[in-house]
Design a protein around this ligand. Structure first.
Ligand code: TRH
Length: 367
């Protein structure tokens, strides 16, 4: 089928990151995808090679009419342009219209996933938009997991990848990646990290700027420099594929937002999540909801240490001691849990498969 995927870049990279991954996954399954995006800049470094079957189209304020596709996906409720919706309403049968929502571990997701939302106002009165909620349970839309991902990860050689970046971890040096928003807790966390030999791979942008400011350095992408027991490697922007390889090569990954948060789970390595901060504090509920699922059945001391670390990192507790490695979960137990969690998640039907099934079912019903 032909798909029109609409993506509005709010800020950061997650909107385009998720949409690109979905578009590439659909195209990998023989679908024909037009990705309409208002600001495709990030694709220049995230996916410079493009993808067979995905056509990136600029979504400009002035909309030149096009024939709508059979399936229309609006990412994160970005609403396609009115003239496009008017064209949708004229088609018979009308396209399948899906709203791909943000990822959350909260309970409401299971109740809302798949619900229809009839359109009462113009344009498009009578069209039905369907909510599609990603999630962590079988009664949600699942998570993006392209075919072959876990096999590729199993065959991956992290040391060889690090060597290709010019890096050879020293004896007992832990390898940590850092991708975060501005975070006042970073200094305490870094101090703790520097207690023991650590190779810290710093992503460009907010993470690099903060680490450089705290350590009085200037980030030079591709360079490595020593600051006491800490070795800093300033990363260049990586493609999404290389970003996965970074996560697979590290002992601990600090990730943020939505897409890297999911990719850290597929990496089956210990990770620390910097959730996208929301003014009304809604991110706290989202964080706790994920921790409740993530820590189910985990040994109490590991669970308590991980929850304390994640809360302090996200500014949801003043217990800064929990940011120091001495208070972190015991590494072997933490890594074992990361592996078990990834295995359990891999047992679920992936998001793209579910989205395809839903689109085909709805199309058959309306055809
Ligand atoms: O950049 P983010 O903070 O995006 C956020 C979230 O998506 C959040 O849910 C949304 O509300 C907000 O945007 C508007 O974090 P996220 O989701 O991890 O997206 C980052 C993307 O960038 C992800 O696809 C990984 C990719 N990436 C690379 O490909 N190479 C890199 O070097 C880095 C650092 C990231």
């Amino acid at each position: 089928m032909r798909w029109d995927l609409f993506c509005r870049v709010i800020d950061n990279y997650g909107d385009i990151g998720v949409c690109w991954r979905l578009a590439a996954d659909l195209a990998g399954r023989g679908q024909v995808v037009r990705l309409w995006v208002d600001d495709p800049t990030a694709l220049g470094w995230m996916a410079p090679q493009g993808c067979q079957g995905v056509e990136v189209r600029p979504w400009r304020e002035h909309w030149d009419p096009v024939e709508p596709a059979e399936v229309v996906v609006e990412a994160f409720g970005c609403d396609p342009p009115d003239p496009y919706i008017e064209c949708m309403a004229k088609r018979s049968p009308p396209p399948v219209w899906i709203n791909l929502e943000y990822l959350s571990a909260e309970d409401y997701v299971e109740r809302c996933h798949g619900l229809p939302s009839p359109r009462w106002h113009s344009p498009g009165v009578g069209l039905v938009k369907r909510f599609f909620y990603p999630g962590f349970t079988p009664r949600t839309g699942g998570l993006l997991r392209e075919p072959g991902l876990l096999a590729r990860r199993a065959a991956f050689d992290g040391l060889a990848w690090l060597a290709r970046q010019g890096l050879t971890p020293r004896a007992h040096e832990r390898v940590v990646s850092l991708f975060c928003y501005d975070n006042p807790r970073l200094s305490v966390w870094l101090e703790g990290l520097a207690e023991r030999p650590t190779l810290l791979l710093v992503t460009p942008g907010q993470a690099a700027r903060q680490v450089a400011a705290l350590l009085g350095r200037r980030p030079r992408e591709g360079d490595t420099e020593g600051v006491g027991a800490l070795r800093l490697h300033w990363l260049p922007p990586l493609t999404q594929t290389e970003f996965d390889h970074l996560l697979w090569a590290c002992d601990l990954n600090v990730v943020r937002g939505e897409d890297s948060f999911v990719r850290a789970q597929w990496a089956a390595r210990p990770f620390l999540w910097h959730i996208y901060p929301q003014g009304d504090g809604a991110h706290a509920t989202k964080l706790e909801a994920f921790l409740d699922r993530y820590l189910e059945g985990v040994a109490p001391d590991t669970a308590q240490a991980l929850r304390a670390l994640w809360r302090a990192w996200n500014g949801l507790s003043g217990d800064l001691r929990s940011l120091r490695p001495s208070a972190w979960p015991e590494p072997t137990a933490w890594r074992a849990h990361a592996g078990r969690w990834c295995e359990a998640l891999a047992g679920q039907v992936d998001l793209c498969t579910q989205l395809l099934d839903l689109a085909q079912t709805l199309r058959a019903r309306s055809g």
